[in-house]
Write a protein that binds this ligand. Structure first.
Ligand SMILES: Cc1cc2nc3c(=O)[nH]c(=O)nc-3n(C[C@H](O)[C@H](O)[C@H](O)COP(=O)(O)OP(=O)(O)OC[C@H]3O[C@@H](n4cnc5c(N)ncnc54)[C@H](O)[C@@H]3O)c2cc1C
Length: 255
């Protein structure tokens, strides 16, 4: 077998995090990095056009087209779970919303213990089973959203528009009914995190420590959105960039 050469670091996946990490680590002269990306070049026309992301989703050239398991609280539906298949990763096909989440939510991340998605309880399970609306809090929030929308729409200032509820219809009233309706309508907005979550030494669900090192495995780190222990309140690309930035600092400090 032909040798790939010798490298200081091997980065698997040239996504949001992998690209930034490779860039930062190569700022040190003579640092050699092998960056491995399973997707193709980012030369698809739709990647170049901002709203083109709608044509990158569900497109076998740019999307791995992962399906979820059938989700019980989404009426048994399986969702298409878009993930980029190209240099640049999901940032190449994302909606370009750059959002800084609420500070309080970040503080809540290292003190709170998340509810694991159904399959995280089974190590090495290949399925994507997000367990949507699986917790009472999820259902409460899902029910509150259409309730708030109705309040806004019913405001006197909007009376001239004569708006009518279409989905969920007005017969959905209680929190339980509204949560159920949300499950029948809802879909993903592409921000999965937490499958290799960061956590304290005694946390049985944590895969990486606070320096992003895989617990029990030397010289291996997980640096991407999967290390977030909890979803942020905003979109996830900016926090993922920050995770990679921090990892680059930690690696520089160590080596
Ligand atoms: C359709 C869509 C819209 C989005 N919209 C927004 C938005 O508007 N704003 C926002 O902030 N966030 C958005 N996001 C989320 C954001 O893009 C992601 O959170 C972020 O890109 C995650 O970065 P990552 O490095 O963890 O993974 P990714 O950037 O997804 O990188 C993973 C990389 O791994 C590669 N790969 C997979 N398997 C292998 C393998 N076996 N070997 C080597 N490489 C492999 C993939 O091809 C991919 O390049 C969106 C995501 C999607 C999918």
């Amino acid at each position: 077998m032909e040798s790939a050469g010798e490298y200081d670091y091997v980065i698997v996946a040239a996504g949001t995090a992998g690209c930034l990490l490779a860039n930062r680590l190569t700022r040190r002269p003579a640092t050699r990095i092998l960056l491995i990306e399973a997707g193709g070049k980012d030369d698809c026309l739709w990647i170049r056009i901002p709203v083109g992301y709608l044509y990158c989703i569900d497109n076998p050239r740019t999307d791995w087209l992962f399906p979820t398991e059938r989700e019980p609280r989404l009426g048994g539906r399986a969702l298409l779970y878009a993930r980029a298949k190209a240099l640049g990763g999901s940032a190449a096909i994302d909606g370009m919303t750059d959002m800084r989440g609420l500070a309080a939510r970040f503080s809540r991340i290292h003190g709170q213990r998340p509810q694991p998605a159904a399959d995280l309880a089974r190590p090495c399970a290949p399925q994507i089973a997000p367990n949507y609306l699986g917790t009472p809090e999820d259902r409460k929030v899902a029910a509150a959203a259409p309730a708030l929308t109705r309040r806004i729409v019913a405001a006197p200032a909007r009376a001239k528009y004569r708006s009518q509820a279409f989905k969920p219809g007005p017969h959905y009233r209680t929190e339980e009914q509204l949560a159920k309706a949300a499950g029948l309508i809802g879909t993903t907005i592409f921000h999965p995190v937490g499958t290799c979550r960061m956590g304290a030494a005694g946390d049985p669900l944590a895969v990486v420590d606070s320096r992003q090192r895989v617990k029990g495995v030397a010289r291996l780190r997980v640096v991407d959105a999967s290390a977030m222990p909890w979803i942020t309140s905003g979109n996830t690309n900016a926090p993922t960039l920050r995770i990679a930035e921090k990892a680059a600092q930690l690696i520089h400090d160590t080596h």
